[in-house]
Design a protein around this ligand. Structure first.
Ligand code: GLP
Length: 259
């Protein structure tokens, strides 16, 4: 089962995950990080910024989970712009080594296969950061997504468009389509680290971790993976039936075990 770590707040969560990423950067010759957008991973990126001084990141590769289709990459809310602003620039990464799925309409038919090949050529993702949507999506894999899916075009649900409307002038400006790593792609990463904060995520987290494995809850795919860490604040953990067991397990974790 996933290791569930319940922490006091977002910055403790960010520090925990950032420490693990620094360990990867220092120990793996060509580390590959799976990047997520949204507000959830921001504390990880902030904590990384504080920790990376003096560490060599010139070899760090990154692959973002998803992108809107048809959005100008220069639009401030394209995921290419978000990753540049929140990850590449502050962490001093080589932009050539950080990829975001290509949402250009003209090349969309083969953009998914191109992305899968790029991930495979890089040797696969070592650690994939994940947020979770209120409907249980990861990346942009909306309910009903196949557990075997690879990077492809998807249609966003109305709920996701409403959730993401806050980043645009109005909901009408939120693109209807996206290109996202599939659940199969995500499951190929060697370590999944899912973060969630706030009461609004509590139902989705409980369904994903303790409900049945179901395409209706795409994040429940993490139950199929052998190495998953879930980092939650109290509010996001508030609907977990086994919360006390997770706390007990973490408190009694052998010192030699990493995340
Ligand atoms: C978007 C992204 C997801 C993200 C989700 C939650 O839909 N495609 O990768 O996990 O939003 O966003 P937030 O972290 O802002 O709650």
């Amino acid at each position: 089962m996933a290791e569930v770590v319940i922490v006091e707040n977002r910055s403790v969560a960010g520090a925990l995950v950032a420490d693990e990423i620094v360990r990867l950067i220092d120990t793996i010759p060509e580390p590959v990080l799976g990047l997520a957008t949204g507000s959830t991973p921001l504390p990880v990126y902030e904590a990384l910024r504080e920790r990376l001084d003096g560490h060599d990141v010139s070899h760090l590769r990154g692959f973002a989970l998803d992108e809107y289709v048809g959005i100008d990459p220069a639009h401030p809310e394209s995921y290419r712009s978000v990753i540049t602003r929140e990850v590449i620039e502050p962490l001093g990464l080589d932009p050539e080594l950080v990829r975001v799925p290509n949402g250009a309409v003209e090349t969309i038919e083969h953009a998914g296969d191109d992305y899968e090949k790029a991930i495979a050529d890089a040797g696969g993702v070592d650690l994939q950061i994940l947020g979770i949507g209120t409907d249980g999506h990861i990346g942009f894999n909306e309910p009903g997504s196949s557990f075997a899916s690879s990077t492809r075009i998807k249609t966003l649900t109305q709920q996701t468009r409403e959730d993401n409307a806050r980043f645009f002038d109005s909901i009408h400006d939120v693109p209807q389509h996206c290109i996202t790593q599939g659940l199969g792609t995500i499951l190929r990463a060697r370590h999944l680290v899912l973060l969630a904060f706030g009461e609004g995520k509590a139902d989705a987290v409980a369904a994903a971790l303790e409900g049945p494995v179901s395409a209706m809850v795409p994040a429940s795919a993490v139950q199929l993976h052998a190495h998953v860490t879930v980092v939650l604040d109290e509010a996001a953990a508030s609907k977990l039936r086994l919360a006390d067991y997770y706390r007990y397990t973490y408190a009694n974790k052998p010192a030699w075990q990493g995340l």
